[in-house]
Every structure is written in structure tokens, then in C-alpha cells.
Design a binder for this molecule. Structure first.
Ligand SMILES: Cc1ncc(COP(=O)(O)O)c(C=O)c1O
Length: 366
């Protein structure tokens, strides 16, 4: 069924940027450089400048970024790595792919690693923590690093959803030993394909990451370590530069639309609204509510031609690759009650009001 307000409409965004994107494509075609080259370097510098981070290293995607980050901070097979019970699968997958063991911790009511439980998850084998800035909202990094630093634990931030969030002026991704972003097309800064990035303030980690993602090569035909091919495509780097130029205005638009949702939906006590969406440490990536009868609300919206999404319908410990029988009540509660409403910069205010009308009407009917 085609929806009149789909959850996401990337084609609308790309219509407005079409001329600029086509010009970039034409430039890259002209140069004939499709791997590496100036476009990737220019994108790295542009992001490094914008975020104020020492080293910004573009790569193939956010999952590879997490794996490489875990490797360079020294995660070895058999080590334990703390991850939240609620996230996209990559967070735990990256740990398992390194031969390490995810230690799942329950989340708080915002879906973020529950910092009050941090000590419960730390053992002698714990090597690192992977806080996830889920939905674009940052984990309290000051509080987290106050625990991790004295214990010598490494921190790899999963900032895949949080490009553009800042805490105390430091970007999501800039607090840990390494921060990882995804430029998957649906992200606030999305490529026209796959893309990712690692950021770090540590020059030797940056050097290790740059080697890892390109077969261990500092220069052609020199292979210092065993690496992989996880380079960012030149074309994606070129497109991402175009989109980076519009990032700030798109963020403002997201926040303005989020404000409408917050103002309209606050009258319904059965809905739990996202916290802190208008603050600097939330990039308004997803507008997630919690409510009873979530599946019925989703169906009701669909009947009205409105798309929505569930982030995420299953908690990580319950997925077959991880199967961990622990108890994660808050993560489980969120997975059963959460619904993400359409939020992207090309939504009109009228459309947001239409979604609000439909949501409020559902609860008014009882
Ligand atoms: C929280 C989280 N971690 C990791 C990733 C992985 O990023 P990618 O899809 O670029 O591999 C994503 C993206 O979907 C994500 O949302």
C-alpha cells in the first residue's frame, strides 16, 4: 500500500539537492578516481573541522567502523565488552566479530545504557564499553567516562545515529577513545549508498585505523599489518560533502518539526514523549514515543496512510547470534511499546499535524 505520509522519503530530499548532486557526480566521473583521492580527504577534513576532532577517518560503513575501533583499542578474543540490550544489531555484532563477548546491560527509560548498572556489568575480563547514542540522544558521557577512566576501560562510542549531537561542546563520538558514525542513507547525514567514519583524538589510533581500512598499506605495495578493504567510495565522499553543506539547516528543520510533535502530543498522558529532543545533545534523528497498544496504533496510522517504524522490535540478547537469557526489563518494555513517527527535514508542518491528529484520535477513541 502506498502511504500518503511514509515514515521516510529520501527522494524528496534528493529532489531538492538533485542539481548539486548531479554536478558532483559529473565531476567525479570526469576525474576517473572512484576509490580514495581528494573527495575522501576533503570530506574527512570538512567533518574534522565541523566537529573539532583531531582525526576523522572515513570508511565503508558504521559496522566496519565499530569493528575496526574495537580492534585498535585492543579488544582481543575472549574479552568482554559492555553493550546496551537495546540497539541496532551492529553494536553487538561488531563485538562478536572480534571474537569478544558482549556483556549486555539494561537501558534507562530513554533507551540508553543504564549508567546506574554499569558496575554490575564490569568484570576482570571487561576490556571496553560501547555506549550507543540511540535515536540521536547522547549517553551522559561525563558520567560514563568518570567510571571507565579510573578502571582503564576503553570506550568506543556507537554514534551511528548521533552525528550532530554535542555534550558540553564535544560531539557524540568525540568523548571516547574512538567514535563511530554511519552515513547509511536514512541517517541525518546520509550517503547515496553506504558510508561510515571513525573519529579519535589519538594520533596512533588514527594511524592504526587508517592502515586497517586499507590492507595495512601506508603507501602502495607496502603492507605493515593485516588489514581489510573498508575504504569509503570516492563518490559517496563527494555526495556527502554536498549534503554536509546543508546539514545545519536540515537539523534546524528537524528540531522545528520535533517541537510541533512535542507541543501537540503532550496533552495525551498515555504517550511518553522523547526527552531532551530540542537540546544540543540530541540530533532529532528519530521521534520515538512509548505507548500502550503500540501495534494497534501502528495499524491505525497505516489505515490513515501514515508510516511508522519500530526501533527495535527485539532486544539484542534475544537475537539468535547472541542468545543471552538475562533479564532486561526496560529494554524489553521499550521494544514492546516504542513507535517512531515520521521525522525528516522534508516533511511539511501540515503533515506533522496530520500525524498528530491521527495519533490523538487513536487515544481519544480509547
Ligand atoms: C546504532 C547503530 N549502530 C551501528 C550501525 C551500523 O551502521 P551501518 O549501517 O553504516 O553499518 C547503525 C546503522 O544502521 C546504527 O543505527
Amino acid at each position: 500500500m502506498s502511504l500518503r505520509i511514509p515514515f521516510l522519503e529520501l527522494d524528496r530530499m534528493h529532489q531538492s539537492l538533485r542539481i548539486e548532486l548531479e554536478a558532483k557526480f559529473s565531476d567525479v566521473l570526469q576525474t576517473g578516481i572512484f576509490s580514495g583521492g581528494n573527495e575522501v580527504d576533503d570530506f574527512a577534513h570538512a567533518v574534522g573541522r565541523l566537529l573539532g576532532v583531531g582525526h576523522a577517518i572515513p570508511c565503508s560503513n558504521g559496522t566496519d567502523a565499530l569493528e575496526m575501533a574495537l580492534k585498535v583499542v585492543g579488544v582481543q578474543p575472549g574479552d568482554e565488552v559492555i553493550v546496551p540490550a537495546l540497539s541496532w544489531v551492529s553494536t553487538a555484532e561488531a563485538v562478536v566479530n572480534m571474537g569478544a563477548v558482549p556483556t549486555f546491560l539494561d537501558v534507562d527509560q530513554n533507551g540508553l545504557l543504564d549508567l546506574n548498572r554499569l558496575h554490575e556489568g564490569i568484570s576482570k575480563r571487561t576490556k571496553a564499553l560501547v555506549p550507543v547514542h540511540l535515536y540521536g540522544k547522547m549517553v551522559d558521557m561525563q558520567a560514563l567516562t568518570a567510571v571507565s577512566r579510573p578502571l582503564g576501560l576503553k570506550v568506543v562510542e556507537d554514534a551511528a545515529q548521533a552525528f550532530g549531537s554535542y555534550q558540553g561542546g564535544i560531539p557524540a563520538g568525540g568523548w571516547g577513545d574512538v567514535g563511530c558514525y554511519s552515513f547509511y542513507p536514512t541517517k541525518n547525514l546520509g550517503a547515496l549508498g553506504e558510508g561510515g567514519m571513525m573519529v579519535t583524538g589519538d594520533a596512533s589510533l588514527a594511524n592504526h585505523l587508517s592502515l586497517l581500512l586499507n590492507h595495512g598499506q601506508p603507501e602502495k605495495d607496502v603492507h605493515l599489518i593485516s588489514g581489510r578493504n573498508a575504504k569509503m567510495d570516492s563518490l559517496q565522499a563527494a555526495f556527502l560533502q554536498v549534503k554536509l553543506n546543508h546539514f545545519e539547516s536540515m537539523q534546524q528543520r528537524r528540531k522545528a518539526l520535533a517541537r510541533i510533535y512535542l507541543d501537540r502530543l503532550k496533552v495525551q498522558p498515555l504517550i511518553r514523549l522523547p526527552e531532551g529532543m530540542l537540546n544540543a545533545d540530541h540530533n532529532a534523528h528519530l521521534f520515538t514515543i512509548h505507548c500502550p497498544k503500540r501495534n494497534y496504533l501502528k495499524a491505525h496510522l497505516e489505515d490513515r496512510g501514515i508510516g511508522s517504524a519500530i526501533h527495535y522490535p527485539e532486544i539484542l540478547p534475544n537475537l539468535p547470534p547472541f542468545s543471552d537469557a538475562g533479564n532486561y526489563p526496560m529494554a524489553s518494555y521499550i521494544s514492546q511499546s516504542t513507535l517512531s513517527l515520521p521525522l525528516h527535514p522534508y516533511l511539511t508542518e501540515e503533515e506533522v499535524h496530520t500525524v498528530c491528529d491521527a495519533v490523538l484520535d487513536f487515544f481519544a477513541r480509547g
